[in-house]
Design a protein around this ligand. Structure first.
Ligand SMILES: Cc1cc2nc3c(=O)[nH]c(=O)nc-3n(C[C@H](O)[C@H](O)[C@H](O)COP(=O)(O)OP(=O)(O)OC[C@H]3O[C@@H](n4cnc5c(N)ncnc54)[C@H](O)[C@@H]3O)c2cc1C
Length: 379
């Protein structure tokens, strides 16, 4: 029997497992193939909701579901945090001490934030990249009466590259709706010489930020934060005082991947088209763990899951693996005041944001609901 092991019960792992189970139903029924999804918690969390949670616009029951409910019945679910992958022995070793053999492995373990890498950030900064962070920020925003709010992109790459811009736009709208905008100075900072790593998105976003009176600081590389004085110090030698800091922390792939010798500079080296881990014919990586020059976005993980599932099904049937990932990315961008735009791009074609509208905002909210079908591989 061939064992396909998928590590990670986020969007990438879940979609891969479901597509494979659907496609390989005859082989699974004949006990020729087994599909196991190994994850570290019994619940599936829809991370994009954290942006809305920071403004009190969603509740945990809307962004959490039991992982089992989202999986095809033929997928075996194992909740056992992975400690190590032994690529030589083709085994995944869990915290329980159990080991799981694989014929093919899919690594879809996502990214995590590491605020402790920036001195002072954990003590003095807020963030919305975790559930706890978003809930804490919600309380801070409710109590905030006035002063300087800084949205600072500290670590790049990070999940959802447009989310800090969305946060800045939504903060502007939030304070306007409450009649407090003139008591708040909004500042957005970015480490390179433009407001976003993608030149086309930066060119679109810079005038949008200016039109809302959001001050921008570029070439702004945060070195440390002084929690007592509430001041950000940069590598460039500048300082910026704040009353509320929303810092996007550095990110990394889960540590067990480095311990398994599967990372380079923090991420899993992955072929940009086949999604095989470089040097490992039987291991695939997708979603946020990879080192690919694409957005760490759920849409990317989903498109990549299609490619990996097609190629795995082909290989398990002894056929050539022909599917290729072309860099396809789709992102909605909330622009505040219940409007949004979107971008769609790939390795060859740059993004071109369309004019923001209420329709696109409602489409994003509708997507947040239909996500649960998407994860099942239905749409
Ligand atoms: C605030 C915010 C807003 C976002 N907005 C958007 C958006 O609008 N659109 C969009 O497309 N994307 C958005 N994203 C990004 C999106 O959530 C991620 O890109 C997506 O979840 C990546 O999917 P993944 O499967 O690679 O990883 P994840 O969904 O993070 O899943 C990783 C899985 O691996 C599991 N895992 C981790 N360590 C272990 C271990 N040791 N053993 C076993 N399992 C483990 C985790 O528990 C999790 O189940 C946003 C993210 C954030 C934080």
């Amino acid at each position: 029997m061939d064992d396909v092991v998928i590590v990670g019960g986020g969007v990438g792992g879940t979609v891969t497992a479901n597509l494979l189970a659907e496609e390989l139903a005859p082989e699974i029924a004949a006990s020729k193939v087994r599909i196991r999804l190994i994850t570290d918690r019994p619940e599936h969390i829809y991370k994009p909701a954290f942006l809305y949670a920071a403004f009190g616009r969603t509740a945990p029951r809307a962004y959490r579901r039991p992982q089992r409910e989202l999986l095809h019945p033929a997928v075996e679910l194992v909740v056992d945090p992975v400690n190590r992958i032994d690529a030589g022995q083709r085994q995944v070793i869990g915290e329980s001490g159990k080991s799981y053999d694989y014929s093919y492995l899919v690594v879809a373990a996502g990214a995590r934030v590491v605020p402790q890498r920036t001195p002072g950030l954990a003590e003095a900064g807020e963030q919305f990249y975790t559930e706890e962070g978003a809930q804490r920020l919600y309380k801070k925003l409710q109590d905030f009466t006035g002063g300087t709010v800084v949205v600072s992109v500290i670590g790049v790459p990070h999940m959802c590259p447009v989310a800090p811009l969305e946060m800045a736009f939504m903060l502007d709208a939030f304070f306007r709706e409450r009649g407090r905008r003139d008591q708040v100075e909004l500042v957005y900072t970015y480490p390179i010489n433009r407001v976003h790593s993608n030149p086309a998105i930066a060119a679109w976003a810079a005038p949008e930020l200016a039109a809302r009176g959001i001050r921008t600081e570029t070439f702004f590389n945060v070195e440390r934060i002084d929690p007592q004085r509430k001041v950000i110090e940069t590598i460039e030698g500048t300082t910026l005082a704040f009353d509320l800091l929303i810092g996007i922390p550095e990110h990394e792939a889960p540590p067990f991947l480095e311990a398994s010798g599967l990372t380079d500079a923090g991420w899993v080296p992955t072929d940009r088209h086949t999604l095989q881990v470089k040097g490992h014919d039987r291991i695939y990586a997708l979603g946020d763990v990879t080192d690919l020059p694409v957005s760490k976005a759920g849409s990317v993980a989903h498109y990549q899951a299609n490619v990996v599932a097609q190629n795995l099904a082909a290989r398990l049937r002894g056929r050539p693996a022909l599917a290729r990932y072309n860099g396809k990315t789709f992102c909605f961008i909330e622009t505040g005041a219940d409007k949004a735009t979107y971008v769609e791009f790939d390795y060859e074609n740059p993004p071109q944001p369309v004019p923001a509208s209420r329709w696109i905002h409602w489409a994003k909210l509708a997507y947040n609901q239909t996500y649960w079908m998407t994860a099942r591989g239905v749409v």
